[in-house]
Design a protein around this ligand. Structure first.
Ligand SMILES: Nc1ncnc2c1ncn2[C@@H]1O[C@H](COP(=O)(O)OP(=O)(O)O)[C@@H](O)[C@H]1O
Ligand SMILES: [Mg+2]
Length: 371
């Protein structure tokens, strides 16, 4: 798919911006803090109705304004459609084909993006929350149902935790109510875990050959979706509900003491293994980068398998972090089939033959010019 047009009104430091995209590769260059990432953030928002760098939508409304508007026009193999996201003081309004979508999940994933940002370089060694987020972002776009399951899960989890905190130690603890909450939680947990396991399995298959090539045939990559307890065996999916029931029963006393739900997909993790050793523990910085790049490239293929459309690739300041060979492999991988938006402080850091065919914009204080 392609993003044909982008229009921003009072979004971040853009009072008004209108761009049309005819090129496969669009580059935004300029000094720090001028508004390069803001543009990628806006495109990301059209895909997920949520920013990749803040949970507070209001932050994105241009200072001393009351609403921000992002409009885009997306072209797929079969049709062209407009997307609109308005952020205001009360919340957000998402429109697909000019029609307001009552559920955000009906808006999310109409435009598919893969974002590769500096934060992603923490994916291997950073906190497990980053790795779960990685799964959630990708799954959410390709399977909107997954997002609903996740929202339900988080809502029940919050209720359950609140209840544990309030009543865990008290005599009026309502065991039956608590059991109902636990059963509801487990039902959602099982669905989420199955989605994630399936996704990781597909992703690994695609990432392994890319990784092999990127590491000059030397490293063998394995990725595992890891459960939050050694008492859970994710290879035995038909008994997963029972396993979780048992685990929750077993840990109820501790949960009451701690006032927290101790197990479930909100505590699961991804594990990266290079040549049978943990990449989290032993991977060099170069090896970590290679894994992350392989993942991103595999995601592109997976998205294509799932939707028959290539997603849009957003590369925020990361290309210059890769050496020439990896830059070259990345660009040859996406060729012209993947529309790419790239930000960089200086073009001279990019050793790309593709630069010749790129559209280059210069960004300065929320205005854009062609050099
Ligand atoms: N809500 C907002 N209103 C106006 N300006 C904003 C808002 N949020 C961020 N900015 C400005 O946007 C700029 C940062 O933009 P960003 O795209 O992250 O920069 P970079 O070019 O380094 O990627 C900063 O100058 C910041 O002050
Ligand atoms: Mg930036």
């Amino acid at each position: 798919m392609r993003l044909k047009r982008l229009e921003l009104t009072n979004f971040r430091n853009y009072a008004n911006l209108e761009l049309s995209f005819d090129h496969s590769l669009t580059i935004f260059t300029g000094e720090n803090a001028q508004g390069k990432t803001n543009i990628l953030e806006a495109i990301f928002l059209l895909s997920l109705a949520k920013s990749h760098r803040t949970n507070h939508d209001q932050e994105m409304i241009r200072w001393s304004n009351t609403e921000a508007m992002i409009k885009g026009e997306v072209e797929t193999k079969h049709y062209t459609f407009p997307l609109e996201l308005q952020l205001n003081k009360k919340g957000k309004i998402a429109k697909f084909n000019h029609l307001e979508q009552a559920k955000l999940s009906h808006f999310i994933g109409k435009l598919n993006v893969i974002l590769f940002a500096p934060e992603d370089l923490q994916l291997i060694k950073g906190s497990p929350a980053l790795r779960r987020r990685f799964l959630d972002v990708e799954l959410g776009q390709s399977h909107p149902v997954y997002l609903n399951e996740l929202l339900d899960y988080n809502r029940i989890l919050k209720q359950r935790n609140t209840y544990l905190k309030q009543f865990g130690q008290q005599s009026n603890f309502d065991a039956i109510y608590f059991e109902v909450l636990t059963e509801q939680l487990i039902e959602k947990a099982v669905n989420i875990i199955k989605y994630r396991l399936n996704f990781v399995e597909q992703l690994v298959k695609l990432a392994q050959p890319v990784h092999h090539r990127l590491s000059n045939q030397s490293d063998q990559l394995q990725i595992n979706y890891k459960s939050s307890s050694s008492r859970l065996d994710y290879t035995q999916l038909d008994t997963l509900t029972d396993q979780l029931m048992q685990l929750f029963k077993h840990s109820q006393k501790r949960e009451k003491d701690l006032g927290n739900t101790l197990y479930g997909p909100h505590r699961d993790d991804l594990e990266f293994i290079l040549n049978d050793k943990s990449a989290q523990l032993y991977g060099s910085q170069g090896q970590q980068r290679t894994i992350i790049l392989s993942l991103k490239l595999a995601e592109i293929d997976l998205m294509y398998q799932l939707t028959s459309e290539y997603p849009i690739l957003l590369l925020d300041d990361v290309l210059s972090e890769l050496d020439d060979q990896r830059q070259h492999i990345l660009m040859s991988y996406i060729e012209s089939k993947v529309q790419t938006f790239l930000t960089t402080a200086s073009i001279s850091g990019l050793k790309l033959a593709e630069l010749k065919q790129a559209k280059i914009y210069h960004v300065k204080k929320g205005t854009i010019s062609e050099p």
